[in-house]
Design a protein around this ligand. Structure first.
Ligand SMILES: *Cc1c(COP(=O)(O)O)cnc(C)c1O
Length: 466
């Protein structure tokens, strides 16, 4: 029987896997979650040991996507999605010392873990569209990594137009060129004269415009889309069984921004994967660290750090965990998220906090600690970390007493994506992998636009292929 998905706010229709993939955000503003978590037995987990990534992915994803995707279709989508990864292991696990491993998630085309989910989502969209005969307009706001990964995944796909808004002058040169050097007629990189928040506000406004949304069949590629979280569940299984699961439980340290990656770890646990602890690692933007210490979520101003993809205050995917902490009471979730939006603060009970802390630990590392983690790891093991991964290592060190062995550190981006920070830490500029360096030598194509909804709306309407 098909798994159904429900909204965290309880007021949107329940949907199947096809429905949630196409919807992104639920119609009531909530996020979709499976109504029942598929369970993997001890013997099914044991049988995953030594299985190649794509085959493991097929076994983990099957109960979430059947019967919309037949087994042979799922296998084909995984085959083509990960053909763009340069490492044959897709997400290789490297040993750091006697208790810590690094799970490298950055071997995809844009050198960040977002490729693991978006390469799959791109092929999934195309598959669904080839069956329903529709066109899709993907619109997204980005501070850097999501936009480039979405463009790499969707360039030249049939029946899809992609519009990515980024704040003019803000992404790094590498991040910008990964968006603007892609020569594909369906890709539109839009430099907005404003901040990331302005970009996000424009995108939200377009999604809330019901007639525009349905006329152009808008779709979301940020991690509110369940299919993105789903694709990321796989590598938690993949790493844990390599390190002895199901007999042994494993801890993970996850550099966190929007709470998507770490929620995928939580989802793996809900499916029966033995995880001892999930450590939520933050930079100076420590709202989640404060939450897991006090039970109060309170926003502050956002600080710019060396790990920009984690410079976030409100983590949108946190709502998925909140739904569980409220034992599926969508009314309470709605009230609390509304309080956060209006007053910038909400609190959960002592009992709920205790529940959360059984699974999660949390910690913060500032820029100085980030630089030190890059340098120390390089000096001690020759492994070069990107600044986001380095936040994870620094926090993992602080929390080591709370994290039972073995510990897996998620490596979120390739160090060459952040050359200035690496230069500052160890005095060496890392080299970009050849295919990325070649792409960045191509001419740039972008449109500079004011931070105005109507201008953006007209720009999109004029360019969607009809
Ligand atoms: C997106 C991103 C993060 C944050 O991940 P979330 O799923 O939003 O928590 C961390 N590091 C890098 C390099 C990223 O691109």
């Amino acid at each position: 029987m098909a798994l159904t998905y429900q909204s965290t706010r309880g007021q949107a229709p329940e949907l199947d896997f096809y429905g949630v993939t196409m919807a992104g955000l639920a119609a009531d503003g909530g996020l979709y979650l499976p109504k029942i978590w598929p369970q993997f037995s001890t013997s099914e987990l044991a049988a995953l040991a030594g299985v190649p990534y794509r085959e493991a992915a097929a076994r983990v994803l099957r109960p979430f996507v059947a019967p919309m995707l037949k087994d042979e279709v799922l296998s084909h989508l995984l085959q083509v999605a990960y053909a763009s990864f340069v490492d044959p292991a897709i997400t290789p696990l490297r040993q750091l010392d006697d208790r810590r491993w690094i799970l490298e998630l950055f071997h995809g085309p844009t050198l960040a873990f977002k490729d693991v989910a978006l390469q799959f989502l791109g092929h999934l969209f195309e598959h669904f569209l080839s069956h329903n005969g529709q066109r899709l307009t993907v619109i997204g706001a980005t501070s850097g990594d999501t936009g480039s990964a979405a463009i790499a995944a969707l360039a030249n796909r049939k029946n899809i137009d992609v519009f990515i808004l980024y704040p003019h002058g803000r992404p790094s040169e590498i991040q910008r060129k990964q968006m603007t050097c892609v020569d594909a007629p369906n890709v539109h990189a839009m430099a907005i004269e404003g901040s990331f928040d302005d970009c996000q506000a424009i995108v939200k406004n377009l999604f809330n415009n019901a007639s525009f949304r349905s006329q152009y069949n808008l779709a979301a590629v940020n991690s509110i889309n369940w299919a993105r979280i789903l694709a990321q569940i796989v590598y938690y299984f993949f790493a844990a069984v390599k390190l002895g699961a199901p007999e042994k439980a494993v801890s993970f340290v996850v550099p966190t921004g929007n709470f998507g990656n770490v929620f995928a770890g939580y989802a793996a646990m809900k499916c029966g994967l033995p995880i001892s602890k999930l450590a939520v690692a933050s930079n100076r933007n420590d709202i989640l660290t404060r939450f897991f210490a006090s039970g109060t979520m309170q926003t502050e101003v956002v600080h710019a750090t060396l790990s920009p993809s984690m410079d976030i205050q409100i983590s949108s995917n946190f709502e998925r965990l909140l739904f569980d902490l409220c034992q599926g009471n969508a009314g309470t979730v709605t009230t609390l998220t509304e309080e956060l939006r209006k007053d910038g603060v909400f609190s959960i009970s002592k009992h709920q906090l205790a529940m959360a802390r059984q699974v999660f630990s949390a910690g913060t590392a500032d820029d100085t600690e980030t630089i030190k983690a890059i340098k120390d790891t390089y000096d001690n093991s020759g492994i070069l970390l990107d600044p986001h991964t380095a936040v994870g290592l620094a926090v993992g060190g602080k929390l080591s007493r709370e994290l039972p062995d073995p510990v897996v550190m998620l490596a979120c981006a390739h160090p060459a994506k952040f050359p200035e920070t690496i230069q500052r830490a160890i005095g060496i500029t890392p080299e970009l992998p050849a295919p990325v360096a070649a792409l960045l030598r191509q001419p740039e194509r972008l449109s500079l636009l004011p931070a105005n909804v109507l201008t953006v709306q007209n720009f999109i309407a004029a360019r969607v292929a009809s």
